[in-house]
Ligand binder design. Structure first.
Ligand code: GL2
Length: 841
């Protein structure tokens, strides 16, 4: 006794649940311990919230045990590490997912039941950390799940916003924004590391000190206007069925330790405290704009702040392992999730050249071998650029560095394209046409060794359109990485009944090897299997019906087709095209009560950026149509419209499994990829969609007989635009379209008020940038085919099963494996779990 014994590796298969602390008895004990020792509550008086917190902490303990081992292994092996830098991580509720990934969901349910508690009720207590806007932020979270599951050493670096994306409420049919206070009662998953702290400079000016003898520049001093201290908050991200929790490290701003005593002593107390107030606002709130340039100083400060903290953290780790930074790029690879963190290119140069006194060329070579950049958008207005004055004022040293990078880069362009002034202007990091801007995408491309788009079509358009010149200069940098989503959260956790049927049919391996879902294909022809499949969908729809009742106060009919469009509200995503179809159907049903069509419940969900007026008007149109259709007794059992408020990760988990039809109807050439489309497919919804983003690849996987395709393709869109698109011609040529639009304009949906939707109608008739009117008829015709297919329920079930069977390609595991081999060049590191009860620590 007392002797330290060697750690014992415990294999996962055939593990001893109780001894590992994962059994029912162990979980009950851990839960009660946490209730008493962390929450200071005894069971009789504990609230639901206390119980959630206690279970979450008990689960966290099990993650941390694995975490310590992981950190030790990475350090001992000096493993090459992927750093995924992203201003957004839309991670969703953590408890359910951690139970799934630990493999103890059923044990936890039983343990809670034996204590008289319902696990679902506890799961429902968790506030969702809304640290992202939409697809881009959710993608980052799916990638962390896959990185851990694939046992890749990785760190996610981001921002701990105190207020995440606003909570959406619907008031009188309009969107209202409520602040999201997800940290109100703390998060059990975040661990504060006050010792991991960096002081970050902002604003001020630079001083160049020259050697007396020569005019050679020696050192540049950055004298800041303010200093903000960043401290780390860590969240463990456990892989599925492995012992690897990776680290999501989020930075929070506080006042620096040194208080401005000079100001304080001079009696200027308020100025002294002001610094604190100012710096704390820095990580206060997430900008709620999706695909839109905000142009705010604070946003640039946020981006710089988290990037500066993250790079200092990586340098600290590297200097713990090696004497200098010359092999930094061998130990770290940084993926820039869009341009939001792209200031990292200039920041690494600043650190290497100014702080570590490295020569420019060596520093640049390290920088260019460290970064890789993912582009996520095709909308020109979403390509970030900063007004030059604002940038210079906020980051004076980085402005100088960017100018230097630009001069050297443009020299390269001159050699490649001699005498071509236009190409220099187009490629410059600084936009000098009119008001001057720094072009962040150009900085990201120049500073990276790899640039990728997020779906096959998108990556082609990156090369042919948005970054064409750069592709001509450096074709070898460009590649495609089609997005993926994690089946752990979006299938196993969200759709347990379908998962169980799949387990029983083809075994369990599919969760980490999604191509195995192909083994389901033969069952598409098995009537008994199809019947079970329908039963499962029906159960999921009944669950969603209860949610709709709870949050939208509407009664939905689970026998109707659930036709769903959930995503951010944006004109290019064309939720209003969907509404044109709804109104068309309404009109046809009114005119012909005997019309044979599938009964439908059309469900919308999604947030509009608070300053985006047209998007808010689109929400109003959806709620107005929902209201009128809902009041019309003739529509009963035939057509219904629901606006599901506050669509987020959590509600998505109830929505995807219940959907029959997935609406992916953006104008071709506008949606970079989409990821909701994949979540729907994995849960057995059929897609109605355009040839846009990853829809193209979904169609390729499922076959055209299992996909409802409509609308123009990208070349047709370009051609129509080139010829001069006149939406009014479509309106005039198509009487039914005219009827539909006129109904909106007539005030029919707004109690006679003709003004409400005037901007929307005028816009459609006179501009229609996203060509709804051109695609209208094709969409209506396609929806008719959908209706026919739904009525033939055996055929529909067959298509639904085949959609799931052919969804394997869209697992984020596939996407991450591609990143690993093609961009990051990293290898998995197996973590053996040592038995901590052997008092090894
Ligand atoms: C987006 C794209 O719009 C979307 O098509 C893509 O699936 C995701 C993830 O790659 O990225 N770009 C973007 O700025 N947001 C997205 O969702 N917000």
């Amino acid at each position: 006794a007392g002797a330290r014994s060697a750690p014992v590796a415990v294999p996962l298969v055939g593990r001893d649940d109780e001894r590992m602390g994962l059994g029912v008895e162990a979980l009950k004990r851990a839960f009660l311990d946490r209730l008493v020792y962390s929450q200071a509550r005894f069971p009789e008086v504990a609230t639901r919230r206390d119980c959630f917190q206690a279970l979450a902490l008990a689960v966290r303990d099990r993650l941390l045990q694995r975490w310590v081992q992981t950190a030790r292994t990475y350090r001992d092996k000096g493993s090459r590490t992927v750093c995924y830098m992203s201003a957004e991580f839309l991670i969703g509720p953590q408890l359910g997912n951690n139970l799934i990934n630990l493999g103890i969901f059923d044990n936890a349910r039983q343990a809670m039941a034996e204590l008289g508690l319902d696990l679902d009720m506890l799961l429902d207590q968790e506030e969702e950390p809304g640290l992202g806007n939409g697809g881009l932020g959710r993608l980052a979270a799916c990638y962390l799940d896959s990185l851990a599951t694939l046992e890749i050493p990785a760190i996610g670096y981001g921002i701990r916003y105190e207020f995440g994306i606003f909570t959406q409420a619907i008031r009188d049919g309009w969107q209202a924004e409520l602040t999201d206070k997800w940290l109100r009662s703390g998060s059990p998953w975040l661990i504060h590391r006050p010792n991991v702290a960096f002081d970050i400079k902002i604003g001020g000016h630079t001083e160049h000190q020259y050697e007396a003898s020569a005019s050679r520049r020696l050192r540049v001093q950055w004298v800041p206007a303010k200093v903000v201290r960043g401290t780390a908050w860590d969240m463990p991200v456990l892989g599925y069925g492995v012992n690897t929790p990776n680290r999501l490290r989020l930075w929070s701003a506080e006042a620096p330790e040194e208080f401005d005593f000079a100001a304080f002593n001079a009696g200027n107390y308020y100025q002294a405290v002001d610094a604190e107030v100012l710096s704390e606002t820095l990580t206060k709130v997430l900008y709620p704009n999706d695909e839109m340039e905000a142009g705010q100083t604070l946003r640039l400060e946020q981006q710089y702040f988290f990037v500066a903290c993250s790079l200092r953290d990586m340098i600290r780790l590297q200097l713990q392992r090696e004497a200098d930074l010359s092999r930094f790029h061998e130990k770290f690879v940084v993926q820039l999730n869009d341009t939001h963190p792209s200031i990292a290119v200039a920041e690494l140069m600043h650190l290497l050249v100014d702080d570590y006194e490295m020569l420019w060329d060596e520093a640049w070579s390290i920088t260019q071998r460290t970064f890789a950049y993912t582009n996520h958008t095709l909308l020109p207005e979403a390509l970030e650029k900063w007004p030059l004055r604002l940038f210079q004022k906020t980051l004076p040293r980085h402005y100088e560095i960017i100018c230097e990078i630009n001069e050297r880069f443009l020299d390269e362009v001159r050699i490649r394209f001699p005498g071509d002034e236009a190409v220099l202007r187009r490629m410059s990091l600084i936009d000098e046409d009119g008001a001057r801007y720094i072009r962040m995408a150009h900085l990201a491309v120049v500073g990276s060794f790899a640039v990728n788009g997020v779906a096959a079509l998108h990556s082609e358009l990156v090369k042919s359109d948005i970054l064409k010149d750069f592709y001509e200069l450096w074709p070898e940098k460009f590649r495609n990485k089609t997005n993926g989503v994690t089946p752990r959260r979006f299938v196993l956790l969200a759709n347990p009944t379908m998962s169980q049927l799949i387990d029983e049919t083809i075994g369990k391996g599919w969760v980490t090897d999604m191509m195995r879902l192909r083994e389901l294909e033969p069952y598409a022809d098995d009537p008994a299997f199809r019947e079970k499949w329908r039963g499962i969908k029906r159960g999921n729809k009944e669950h969603l019906v209860r949610e709709i009742k709870r949050v939208a106060h509407a009664d939905a009919d689970p026998a109707s087709m659930f036709d769903v469009q959930v995503k951010r509200i944006h004109e290019y995503k064309r939720q209003h095209l969907n509404l044109l179809h709804v109104i068309s159907l309404y009109k046809r049903l009114k005119d012909n009560p005997n019309l044979v069509v599938a009964p439908r419940t059309v469900i919308f969900g999604g947030k509009a950026a608070p300053g985006y007026r047209m998007a808010k008007l689109m929400i109003r149109l959806a709620t107005a149509v929902a209201d009128i259709v809902g009041r019309d007794p003739a529509m009963h059992g035939r057509l219904q419209v629901v606006f599901f408020p506050n669509y987020n990760v959590k509600s998505g988990q109830s929505i995807f499994p219940a959907a029959d039809l997935s609406e992916q109807i953006s104008l071709a050439g506008k949606e970079a990829s989409g990821t909701g489309n994949m979540k729907f497919q994995m849960n057995g919804a059929l897609t109605i969609g355009t040839l846009d983003g990853a829809n193209v690849e979904i169609l390729e996987q499922v076959g055209e007989e299992n996909f409802f395709l409509f609308g123009m393709n990208t070349p047709e869109v370009k051609e129509l635009r080139r010829c001069g698109y006149r939406p009014r011609d479509y309106y005039e040529a198509n009487p039914h379209l005219r009827e539909v639009i006129d109904l909106i304009g007539s005030g029919f949906f707004t109690r006679g008020d003709r003004d409400v939707f005037r901007p929307l109608v005028d816009h459609l008739l006179n501009h229609d940038e996203y060509m709804l009117l051109a695609d209208f008829q094709s969409y209506i015709d396609c929806q008719e085919k959908v209706s026919e297919a739904y009525i033939d329920y055996e055929r529909w079930s067959r298509m639904s099963i085949l959609n799931v069977a052919r969804s394997g390609f869209f697992s984020s595991d596939r996407a991450i494996k591609e990143y690993c081999t093609d961009i990051w060049r990293v290898e998995p590191v197996r973590i053996e779990l040592t038995d901590l009860s052997e008092d090894d620590l």
